[in-house]
Design a protein around this ligand. Structure first.
Ligand SMILES: [Mg+2]
Length: 229
């Protein structure tokens, strides 16, 4: 396999630690509302994740829009916990403010990203909401380093749909097999990217899929640098 000439990166849980920020934001939100004290941290996290995941599934299939997703994820969480649903908008606003505060790089990603960005053309390809993702993009100075930034809400298709990989490919003017995608989601990034015809590098701590199509599986960004530099 020849080396790629262009590298697209996923954003959440590849370059930026979304899960850690989400967890810290949930805990700070919990401590901001005394009525949430009766619920354990684990219970709140579990219920929120379950509901958020099922709403994202509905959103991915075009059955609900983003406003419904954003308003229902706390309303449904509170309902399931037998807590007052009437304050869900307020809870949601506090959560979003907290979430932004806890954004940070995944360990080791910043240095390797910079190194790769000075040796390759690089881009970002992310599922997510345009407004939130754009804030991350600017906060971490990615706008100064990437040549293309693709966010699903603006394209109208989410990974792993081939449309968004095709859209990103056309932006670069490269052949499919000259592009590598670096991502953490097996389904969206690795299966999606590989079946479209991109090279893929899977960032995973567990490597839970045997015979996966990724060109590289790595758990430490230093390994990605070794492979590409
Ligand atoms: Mg991700």
């Amino acid at each position: 396999m020849k080396k790629p000439s262009y590298i697209f990166f996923d954003l959440d849980d590849t370059l930026l630690d979304h899960k850690k920020a989400e967890k810290a934001a949930l805990m700070e939100t919990k401590s901001s509302f005394p009525f949430l004290n009766s619920i354990s941290n684990e219970k709140l996290t579990d219920v929120y994740h379950k509901i958020n995941k099922s709403l994202w599934h509905e959103y991915n299939h075009g059955r609900i829009d983003k406003h419904t997703l954003q308003s229902l994820r706390f309303a449904n969480t509170l309902r399931e916990l037998n807590l007052p649903v009437s304050v869900s908008t307020e809870v949601s606003e506090v959560y979003m403010n907290c979430y932004e505060k806890y954004w940070e790089w995944v360990e080791g990603a910043s240095e390797v990203f910079d190194e790769l960005a000075s040796n390759y053309q690089v881009g970002i390809l992310t599922n997510g909401f345009a407004e939130t993702q754009a804030k991350k993009f600017h906060k971490f100075g990615l706008d100064k380093k990437v040549s293309h930034y693709v966010v699903s809400e603006e394209v109208g298709y989410l990974k792993p749909h081939p449309f968004i990989f095709d859209y990103a490919t056309k932006l670069t003017g490269r052949a499919k097999d000259e592009i590598m995608y670096v991502g953490d989601s097996y389904n969206s990034d690795i299966e999606g990217g590989s079946s479209f015809g991109w090279q893929t590098a899977w960032f995973t701590k567990t490597n839970s899929v045997q015979n996966n199509p990724a060109n590289l599986v790595f758990s430490d960004f230093k390994r990605l640098a070794e492979y590409l530099l």
